[in-house]
Structure formats: C-alpha cells, structure tokens
Design a protein around this ligand. Structure first.
Ligand code: NAD
Length: 337
C-alpha cells in the first residue's frame, strides 16, 4: 500500500485519514495547529469506535489503522505521499495557498486532491501547477459512514488523474461518481433546488406536515425542513446564495433561509431550526402531498435533467450520487444507477 497524506485534520480530514488507514495505506495527517492534530486523531478514533460498536470493524483492525497514521505540522511532510488530499477550511485564498505549498513539496505526477464542497477546481488547480494533477475528491459528512465521493474534474484535470483519484476512493470502499465541475457539483445542486422549491411551496404552511408530504410522495427519507436543520441553516444559506448567483432565480427561496439565519435558528447545531428537536411524526394531508411533495421531486428531477444535458455527469452517476449522498431510495432520473 502506498503512503497518502491529508492536509487539514478537522472534521473531514481526520476521518478521511482514518478511512485511508483502514484501507491499509500509511497516512501522514498534517495540520498547522498541533492541538487540531490531537483533536483530529481523537475524532478519527471515536468514528472508528462507532464502527466497532456497529460490528463493521474489528477492534484490532482499528488499532492497527490508527497506528498507521503519523502527524506533522509542516506540509513538506507530504513529499513522498500520493495522493495528497487537502481538507482545510472552505476559503479560496487559504486553499490556494495550501495547494501551492503541497505542489511545491511533491513531484509533478502526484495526484493533488481537494475536498472542497463547492469551490472551482480549475481555480484551485491554477495555484498548484501543473494544474492537470489537481482534482476534487468531495467526501460527504461523516466520511466513515457516507459511501459517496464526487470526483470532480476541473477544466485542466488530466483524465488519468481523475481515474487514479476514483480508484483511490473505490479502494476506501467508497462509490466514486465522475463529475465535471459546475457550481454545487451534483448532490448539492439537486438537493438545494428541491429544498428551495419545497420551502416556497410550503409558504406559511406547517413545516412538519410539508416534510411528511415529501416523505410520503417519493424516495427521500426526510423533508426539506428537517434536512436544513440537519445540515445547518447557515450552511444551506451559504450554498444556496452561491447557486442563485450561478444559476438564477430557481434557487431563490424568497428569503426563507436568510430569515432563519437572522433569527439565529441554525438547526441542530445550536438547538433548533425549523424544529426544536426530532421531527414529530405527522400525517400529510392529501393536498399537501400533491403540492409540496410533487413540487419537491419535480424540482429535483428538473435539476438532474439539466445536469445530464450539460454533460456534468451520466444519468446513472447522477442517480447514484443522489441515492448515496442524500439517502434517497431511488435517484431523481429513475435510471438503474
Ligand atoms: P474544519 O474546520 O473542521 O477543519 C479544517 C482544519 O484545517 C482545521 O483543523 C485547521 O486547523 C486546519 N488548517 C487551517 N489552515 C491550515 C493550513 N494552512 N495548513 C494545514 N491545516 C490547516 O473543516 P471541515 O469541516 O473538516 O472542512 C474541510 C473541508 O471539507 C472544507 O473544504 C469543507 O467545505 C469540506 N467539506 C466539509 C463537509 C462538512 O460537512 N463539514 C462536508 C464535505 C466537505
């Protein structure tokens, strides 16, 4: 097995490092902050312990994997690693700076991946010449549970680099889907579009009933309000704003997200969003199931059709991405994906 590196030992990076170590790789985990490395290793071990409790992993395999992770505060420690995965905070300037440092430390043939949730791979790649070696590897949270990895090709990403990145993700037991760069990639674009449509259709109506209508009408395990509470209203609103800037008013939620953020109702992370706690079981009235439920899936299907028409991903990969990234029982395009 090869030696791989993860730069940024936060929520995502530490668990991606664990997944790589469990697959047998030696892992160098890098962070500028010594304390973050300690917390990151603790977070990774806790994720591993949950896998052990669920019978998905033997304790001795976890111990052996953790022993394969070494830490460093200097990015030059990634020199002999391939791939190197960047997982520092979602800021273009910071990521470009870190990618430039990684690029200077590794040979030109090394795969340099970014775990960005939405920044342009082309712009990131330009900071790490040769840009052909830069690719997006978008793991979903939490990486120890979520099987999906979007493999994002920027304008300059070499085909061979995207293939090696996908092979690496598959080796971690993940399901890679091939995505051509666009704002929101696949999962966020489809889900946010559906959520926006769901919020607009709900209007002043009851969020619990609207969510029940969505669950009753199709393959999603939860409705838009519960989902927004889960991902955080601030995160939702940030991504939604970017998507509206990129694609226009089909991502306009009539101020629903902004009002929640202004009211400090960020979701489960701060004690309450649309709901104060777990969503109460509710029956959806027939008319709501048709209106909100119908609108939700129609919006998702329309966005998925656009993705396919734009050549962002294959119909099968779009369906796979939504199934594994959002837990839908079937994808919005109804392919075998
Ligand atoms: P985080 O804040 O938990 O962790 C980021 C880590 O990077 C911190 O430990 C920080 O000390 C470190 N860091 C900052 N500057 C650094 C530098 N110059 N060199 C090395 N390390 C540095 O962030 P996160 O939630 O793990 O997110 C990381 C990336 O993953 C972001 O791009 C985010 O958009 C993406 N992502 C996050 C989620 C999620 O749900 N949190 C899901 C998918 C993708």
């Amino acid at each position: 097995m090869s030696r791989v590196a993860v730069v940024g030992a936060g929520l995502m990076g530490s668990e991606i490092a664990l997944m790589a170590a469990l697959a047998g790789h030696h892992v160098t985990l890098v962070d500028i902050d010594e304390g973050a490395l300690t917390r990151g290793l603790g977070h990774a071990r806790a994720a591993g312990e949950r896998m052990v409790r669920r019978g998905r992993l033997a304790q001795e395999d976890l111990d052996a994997a953790v022993a394969r992770v070494s830490t460093a505060t200097d990015v030059t420690a990634v020199a002999a690693c391939d791939p190197v995965i960047e997982a520092v905070p979602e800021r273009m300037d910071l990521k470009r700076q870190v990618l430039a440092r990684i690029a200077a430390a590794v040979p030109p043939a090394t795969v340099v991946a970014s775990n960005t949730s939405g920044l342009s791979i082309t712009e990131l790649g330009a900071a790490a010449a040769p840009a052909g070696r830069v690719v997006g590897l978008h793991f979903f949270n939490p990486p120890s549970v979520m099987r999906l990895v979007e493999v994002i090709r920027g304008a300059d990403t070499a085909e061979d680099v995207a293939r090696r990145a996908a092979e690496f993700a598959a080796g971690l037991g993940k399901t890679p889907v091939a995505v051509r760069e666009c704002p929101g990639f696949v999962v966020n674009r489809v889900l946010l579009r559906a959520m926006v449509a769901g919020f607009v259709a709900t209007g002043e109506g009851d969020p619990a009933q609207a969510d029940a209508a969505v669950v009753a009408a199709g393959p999603s395990p939860m409705g838009p309000h519960a989902l927004a509470d889960l991902v955080g209203l601030d995160t939702y609103e940030h991504i939604r704003g970017d998507l509206q800037a990129a694609y226009g008013d089909r991502f306009d939620d009539r101020g629903v997200g902004a009002r929640m953020v202004a009211a400090g109702r960020l979701g489960r992370k701060n004690g309450g969003g649309f709901f104060d706690g777990p969503v109460p079981p509710t029956e959806a009235p027939q008319d709501l199931a048709r209106s909100v439920g119908g609108v939700y899936y129609e919006a998702a299907r329309d966005e998925a059709e656009r993705l396919a028409a734009e050549g962002i991903a294959s119909r099968e990969d779009i369906d796979t991405a939504v199934r594994l990234g959002a837990g839908w029982e079937a994808g919005p395009l109804g392919s075998a994906g």
